[in-house]
Design a protein around this ligand. Structure first.
Ligand code: ATP
Ligand code: MG
Length: 255
């Protein structure tokens, strides 16, 4: 299968070369963990480096806020929009689903007019307002996933984890089962500072990095660094030194 590079070099390495074309990647994490930044870089680099036009669907943030966030990472979305390489759809969850469910409707029209190859939905939590019934929600999400697959659009979907650090929870209304790739972001407390961690939980039909790595968001975008060494329990948010690390410390003191 064809790979679609996110353009975040270190993330592409973790993904064994990139996302698979036409698949859905779920980016999960607590508020402020970096979900939108990763999604905006995926869309921007797609336009700049791979000539792949993008669609950003947002339910909460006004386009002005998205321009500002992207600019702080070094990407000028306004220019991409003027050049017709990007479409920002600021809408309500019910209107969005309506656009998708209409055959040959507005969604299909946007995709062909703008030759959309990449899509970011930020965030899927807003779709929860559509219905309290998990079965109906799942159907709505299926319609979205089917539309994406029909057009062979590679997409990133963000989902907010409610606990700041917390355990990996069984995923509500099944989006993580539908997602082909699952990227988990975590806050980790290390020596009184809050660091960010990234892990590829799964990637269907492909190998991927199994390490939990430290990452930072900078004015040049997302920078993924080395794995957290000598620590255990990173996903809990409060890691402790590994037995090997403790042993080495004791040994060093004795010698
Ligand atoms: N240009 C930048 N330079 C440095 N750090 C940044 C920059 N942009 C974002 N950040 C860091 O990333 C954090 C937020 O990132 P982002 O908005 O991508 O998170 P999020 O997971 O989408 O949050 P939310 O759940 O609130 O939407 C900020 O709190 C800040 O620490
Ligand atoms: Mg966000």
């Amino acid at each position: 299968m064809e790979r679609v590079k996110t353009g975040i070099t270190s993330l592409d390495e973790m993904l064994s070369g990139g996302l698979l074309k036409g698949t859905v990647c779920l980016v999960k994490g607590a508020p402020g963990s970096g979900k939108t930044s990763i999604g905006l870089e995926f869309i921007s680099r797609g336009i700049e480096e791979f000539s792949e036009n993008g669609l950003i669907v947002t339910f909460e943030h006004f386009p002005q806020q998205i321009y500002r966030d992207a600019l702080s990472l070094g990407f000028d979305l306004k220019t991409y929009e003027e050049e017709k390489k990007l479409k920002i759809l600021f809408t309500s969850p019910s209107l969005f689903i309506q656009l998708i469910e209409e055959a040959d409707g507005e969604f299909d029209e946007i995709v062909s007019k703008y030759e959309i190859k990449r899509c970011l939905i930020d965030s899927i939590n807003h779709l929860e307002t559509l219905s309290p019934d998990p079965k109906i929600l799942r159907e709505k999400i299926y319609s979205f996933v089917n539309a994406i697959k029909r057009h062979e659009i590679t997409s990133m979907v963000t989902q907010e984890d409610l606990s700041l650090t917390g355990e990996l929870k069984a995923i509500e209304y099944g989006i993580s089962y539908i997602a082909d790739t699952l990227i988990q972001l975590r806050f980790v407390e290390i020596e009184s500072s809050l660091e960010k961690a990234i892990l590829i939980v799964k990637q269907r039909a492909s190998g991927h990095d199994k390490k939990i790595r430290k990452f930072e968001i900078t004015k040049e975008g997302v920078k993924i660094e080395k794995e957290f060494k000598g620590l255990e329990g990173i996903l809990s948010g409060s890691p402790t030194k590994s037995i090997l690390e403790k042993f080495t410390e004791i040994k060093d003191k004795i010698i």
